[in-house]
Design a protein around this ligand. Sequence first.
Ligand code: SF4
Ligand code: SF4
Length: 433
Amino acid sequence: MIKKSKKVKDYKLLTKALPTLRYLDPHSVFIHLQNSRCKTYDVSVKEGDRVLFGEQIGVRHGGFFEQPVHATVSGTVGKITKKLHRTGRKVDVIEIKNDFLDTPHESVYDRPDAIIEKMTQADMVEIVKEKSLVGLGGSGFPTYIKLGTKEKINTIVINAVECEPYLSSDYRLILEHPEEVITGLKYIMQALNVDHALIAIKSMKNPLYEVLTQVLEVRFPELNIQVVKLGNYYPQGWEVEMFEQALGIRVPPGELPTKYGIIGFNVSTTVGVFDAIKHNLPVTKRHFTITGDAVKFPQNIFVRVGTSVKELIDVCDGFLDVEEDIVIVMGGPMMGTSVTTSDVVVSKTTTSVIILKDIQYKEEQCVRCGSCVYSCPTHLQPVQIMNAVKRNDKDVMKGLNANECIECGLCAYVCTSKIHVTDYVRKAKKLIG
Ligand code: SF4
Ligand code: SF4
């Protein structure tokens, strides 16, 4: 694990003190019709149709669920084309040309508090399902499935740790909208009939502690919610690590936290619950970090889902280097994936885009230092898995539990020989299914 020390540069400083910029008027949005969980889809509109903000325009089909697709601006439907997805595949996207009127669909309306107070778990699950809310911290897992758990939950933990370097959009979201975070959590507590919740932050995030405790005390004195400060290391935000540090419960690999009476939600997802329940609003906008050492003015930006990353880079005044000399990472620098072009769009699960100078490291031979083994938070043996991948020995990959890898990126980060060890472990996971 990477412990924070005075010598480690805090890359979050590039953006965390800056108020979130609102960029809500792109000329067009390009909405993904496919993603890593949904391969097929149906659209209910055609080129030239007028659509309204928040209107359902289609549905994606996953293996065991369906996800409605919504318009994130009002305007005119364009063509279905392809764009690169962060998974590295080209996927279908539907364009909506913005009319800049932001006319809401009739399905978007404010729900009175008196109605919300009477809602059951089933009512709330149905709303977040209709509004297509998924894990906005990057998992993309359908929230209605999580919220619909039948297990007895004792404690809800909101994950506000945001431990990956560079990312600070959750930090700004809490600082600027603490009431939305807490109200979203209040709705989750109501749905799951739970009277105790924690908001987990890093111990260095004192401004968050102050703002959250103050708002809880003044505005929500009836709620039993505590703000807990956890360690300043990576991957403190990994759910298993967070639960262990916050509650002293280690969830074994392959088991669900709900079996132990706990459940976790990311901060953005919690605000997504607020938007869905209070405003009957699907995920149409998100907070997002665009940063790195190769972009002129790093920012946290509030954007429409479907906004072009190229356009957002222009909002940040462009690259510091020529595009050929940079690397674009979709997601955090540890767990994200690099893409070969800026012609990508912000999806619901894009937490950030990191733009870095392309420094080519030459991989050396493994020197068997064991650093990758010592740093692995899931106690795997990355070097042995890598060797098994090189031999294509699937039995050994299985025996080494490669599929328990959480793709945190630490083994590659610490590797003395600059080997992309994580890529090998990822490959092992794919090979053994
Ligand atoms: S990427 Fe996987 S194998 Fe490597 S340190 Fe993280 S959990 Fe361990
Ligand atoms: S950290 Fe790199 S050099 Fe060291 S054992 Fe692991 S793969 Fe080999």
